[in-house]
Write a protein that binds this ligand. Sequence first.
Ligand SMILES: Cc1ncc(COP(=O)(O)OP(=O)(O)O)c(N)n1
Ligand SMILES: Cc1ncsc1CCOP(=O)(O)O
Ligand SMILES: [Mg+2]
Length: 546
Amino acid sequence: MGFHCTRVFSTPKAPSLSLLKPDLISTKVHQLNKVRGFEVKAAMPPEDQVRIPHVLTVAGSDSGAGAGIQADLKACAARGVYCSTVITAVTAQNTVGVQGVNVLPEDFVLEQLHSVLSDMRPDVVKTGMLPSTGIVKVLCRYLQEFPVRALVVDPVMVSTSGDTLAGPSILSSFREELLPMAEIVTPNLKEASALLGGMPLESLADMHSAAKYIHDFGPKNVLVKGGDLPASLDAVDVLYDGENYFEFRTSRIKTPNTHGTGCSLASSIAAELAKGSSVISAVKVAKRFIESALGYSKNILIGNGPHGPFDPFLKLKKYAHGSSRQSLFDPSNLFLYAVTDSRMNQKWDRSITDAVKAAIQGGATIVQLREKEADTRDFLESAKACLEICRQHGVPLLINDRVDIALACDADGVHVGQSDMPAHVARVLLGPDKIIGVSCKTPEQAQEAWVDGADYIGCGGVYPTNTKENNPTLGLDGLKTVCLASKLPVVAIGGIGISNAHSVMKLQAPNLKGVAVVSALFDRESVLIETRKLHKVLVESNTEIR
Ligand SMILES: Cc1ncc(COP(=O)(O)OP(=O)(O)O)c(N)n1
Ligand SMILES: Cc1ncsc1CCOP(=O)(O)O
Ligand SMILES: [Mg+2]
């Protein structure tokens, strides 16, 4: 008969650390660790150590797991960062509403904060439900003791169902203590109004004023979320950085499954900041992510109440709809598609990373590494370096032809042609979340790309090109025929530059989202200047068309 053997260690129970000052606790923990007989820091050579982006969330638990700590953990995992947790309250909650709230004692919140901050050193702290002034004060004290790169404050006060999670007594400690430490604060309209003493917020102009007034409390950036704005068609959020306003518009997704969107958005922003993104890029990426997840989850059914959760992993719908896949890809990324060329960069004596940086600075909205000459190892190293740059700017990076390189560096996807790996095979290898583009010259190829699970098609050569040999020219008519037949967004390619991009966009072909360009950007002295010029032409074409 077999048996299991479990080795049991007995460790002395830790005396309560409650109510001790941070510096005293620090000593105490150190002593305890020694008593327990393990080294405080594992002896790992520095060159082997890998820093993982890390967000600490300080929030309440939601038993229904749509919002709160559970939403934060899911969002961070989906965005690929580590998430530790300090729980401030435990709520009994479901899709109907909040049935009970149990606030944790301040000294136990303190103990959790100490455990995490003294040892694990998160990059970013994100706050959610902070149910008492005492907890806010403890948190602020700890953030002074253990500073982090950024503090993201989601000033949670009321749940989606309308239940109060933090009363008005919290407002002064938010305004005076927490907000001055924040990199960004993300109030919805009700929270922004509460922070401003009940100021009515009913229009986009009011959101601008609110963002400015809240900025005066001291956070570096304010994102006022306009989801509740009456009579607005689009959902508009306003970001104010103390100098400029940025508006983020997304189409409204009709779904009851919005419980936890605020928590997940703030966590996703925190996750992107932890990866090293700028605030504007973090907000952009996080908003797109939440929009995709909401779209994907709009029909999933969990619970009987009116406030269902959504699925940030985009996996649950497969139970309802077989293996159908919802693309995470944002077609507007195809607007100015920069495709690199190793020979051109060599000719102009620039590194691929400088080329990619300049293209992004000039306005490229997606980058493809098309390094036909590079050997595998060099290609992989370049791809890793370019990916770091692209991630910092929220610009997707695709790899031409080489699915193996895309997998190895975790790029955002691949572009394959008719003689490369078939898109359906690439889809199996890359999974549902990566972007796959396919070159198509005919309506039949466009249909096949859609069936194969591609996200977009590249159509060309529209004009004659020296960049790709033996590539038939389709002309504008050929492009239009493919666009009309395509169920996927299309990017035009081949011989396109500042002199003819307008003619391509003026076609107003259905599904045509932008132009992909090699030589007009990279076979030039200044990639930055050429990309800027092309960007301007495309923006002007768009304005004229509208
Ligand atoms: C956006 C975009 N469209 C088309 C192509 C061409 O791909 P393919 O047909 O595989 O030819 P190569 O680029 O591999 O020579 C592309 N790269 N990008
Ligand atoms: C890769 C490719 N596929 C169709 S045309 C083309 C070349 C595009 O290069 P350029 O923008 O320099 O004409
Ligand atoms: Mg190819």
